[in-house]
Ligand binder design. Structure first.
Ligand code: ADP
Length: 261
């Protein structure tokens, strides 16, 4: 009965979110969390009400990227209260429930499913235009739970250009198709490096693989983001999108425009 009541609350919450996106990747380290955080911050800066939910139970990165590691998620008997990054961006991450930031989360599938359902049904999110969900890499419990619970969700798949990453993207695409999770499109991250001194472009990890994979699968290609050392500095200092290269900012805006269409 409690489960049914929670399901009801989850549906009530999700019904009033205009767009629900899960950011996925076949592999770790391709920049999925960075893209999720940057999309959320960019959309919220444009005045949209955004919720950013980190369901990467074992390796949550969002709190670090947005400098929220020391902020706990407040709870009472009824609800969990999101961390307010800004008036238009609310964040929920398991990191906010840890006593110490470096504590590991040791749990199996059923506990993860319970946690994710709580984050959807028991959080005071308020009305949202966007819910952006950062999931762990691969096709495990977390993306599966989202696919089965978040009605109307669409996947954004992040990859880097090399074949070894693209092989895993094809698995992610097949996963989405098997669980009936529509795919909004593919983003190619770390796509070329524009030298800040001379302006010339170097394709360090090759480029174009994401676009080709999207075309081969009949999926939209949402755009690319260059390798930008400022992304690392900004992420490591919890400042998300501060100080990014002009090209990165332009490309990020292009991604947001694609998603708003
Ligand atoms: P994932 O979520 O896929 O595991 P992260 O978002 O944690 O990946 O990114 C992994 C590392 O790569 C981080 O240090 C991040 O700052 C860096 N990174 C991500 N995207 C870029 C980029 N476009 N240019 C440079 N570094 C990047």
């Amino acid at each position: 009965q409690q489960f049914a009541a929670q399901t009801e609350r989850i549906h009530r919450f999700l019904d009033q979110v205009t767009k629900k996106l899960i950011v996925m990747s076949g592999k770790g380290g391709v920049g999925k969390s960075t893209v999720a955080a940057n999309l959320a911050v960019t959309l919220s800066q444009q005045g949209y009400q955004v919720g950013l939910l980190d369901v990467d139970v074992h390796g949550p990165s969002i709190a670090g990227l947005l400098d929220l590691n020391d902020l706990p998620l407040l709870t009472d008997r009824e609800q969990i209260y999101p961390i307010e990054y800004s008036p238009t961006l609310k964040v929920v991450t398991i990191q906010g429930l840890l006593d110490k930031p470096d504590d590991p989360i040791i749990c199996r599938g059923p506990a993860k499913i319970t946690m994710i359902r709580q984050f959807l049904g028991d959080v005071d999110w308020g009305p949202l235009d966007f819910l952006i969900i950062d999931s762990p890499p691969g096709t495990g419990d977390e993306p599966l739970t989202i696919a089965q619970t978040v009605t109307g969700c669409q996947a954004v798949i992040v990859t880097t250009p090399q074949e070894i990453a693209l092989a895993d993207v094809r698995k992610s695409i097949q996963f989405c198709r098997k669980v009936n999770l529509p795919i909004a499109g593919i983003i190619e991250n770390m796509s070329g490096f524009v030298c800040p001194t001379c302006g010339s472009r170097h394709d360090i990890f090759k480029s174009g693989g994401g676009e080709k994979t999207a075309a081969a699968a009949g999926l939209p290609f949402l755009g690319r983001l260059p390798i930008d050392p400022a992304i690392v500095t900004a992420g490591d200092s919890g400042k998300a999108i501060a100080g990014l290269h002009n090209q990165t900012q332009t490309d990020m805006q292009h991604l947001v425009d694609q998603l708003l269409q």
